[in-house]
Design a protein around this ligand. Sequence first.
Ligand code: GAF
Length: 386
Amino acid sequence: MPEGSAGSTSPPGPRSREPEVRAYAPGRVNLIGEHTDYNDGLALSIALQLGTTVSFRPDPAAESVVVSSDLAPGRAGVPIDTAPDDDAAHGTRVTGWASYVAGCVWALREHGVRAPGGRMAIRSDVPVGAGLSSSAALECAVLHALAAAAEATVDRRTLALIAQRAENRYVGAPTGLLDQLSSLYGADGTALLLDFRSLQVTPVPVTLGGAVLLVIDSRSPHRNADGEYRRRRAACEDAARRLSAPSLRYVRDDGWRALRGDELRRRARHVLTENRRVRDAAQALRDGDCTRFGELMNQSHHSMRADFEITTPGIDRIAETARDLGAFGARMTGGGFGGSVVALAPAEAAMRIESTLPGLVADAGDPRPTVIRVRPGAGAGPVMAQ
Ligand code: GAF
């Protein structure tokens, strides 16, 4: 999606003389580094070539943003003075899918940028609940459009933090920054090594020879606002506290051994070993070493299954089947408890996975997965007028 300045895309409508602004933001697939973001850790992610486009026609006289989406019937109204529950004195809380838009209006206002009212149309081809970050794609596209309409310049790092605040405080999902940074910093042909302690984003060129990255959507949706994600985060924070560290990032690789309680030790061990795997995977990618990269993906999946306990039998079956069919490696991607598996496979194995894996999984009694090929795509930004 081209970057550039926002501009008029059609003649002024009957309700407003303001030019329309448009913005795009992609979903992401995390290659490795799961549940590390809220532990100040590391991840290696790519922006997808699937994304969300927001068209916004501001109306300075309007007190709300009227939003329509191709993913939901009808329209939703977002008052521009909206606020989360705990700030009820100052506004009205929006619920349902439009809460992501409302959260952005609120968090941007908290940052000092007051978005105007108007009409907003949302189109997206990021599958919802697939662990591919449809929520962050929505937030980042909405924020870019609102900031452009308010004639404000907000850098990408700040936009990511605003989007996270919208999601944490308004929507109520206690997520980290993985999805927003991936969407905002995405670049063609490039993976992103994300350091959540320094918020440094290091591009890593993706050269896979003939190998193919596949995303296998289990079609069993995952949800970040649900209790298990929150419980994992709380366990990690508890582990860090017991180790007198500000977060698990400040703990030595084998620091989990000092913890009491099998479950807490395993939760911390996942995060600490996953950070190490991310570093090694970034190096394997730089070396073009698909075999090594695949081994690290498999180890990551094992750690998520045995230590962090966020996979499901269906997801495990998909990852295992992809490996049996010749993938270098396969692992669940995203928050867990459903969603997608990402696999790296030689070209021939990729074709085998595409043609036979969905049937094998369906024969085992699970929903029939969908398989797509992915490549790193461009990051979020305003869309140039055609
Ligand atoms: C979800 C969250 F939104 C991210 O912040 C991250 O924690 C991820 O799950 C797990 O790595 O996508």
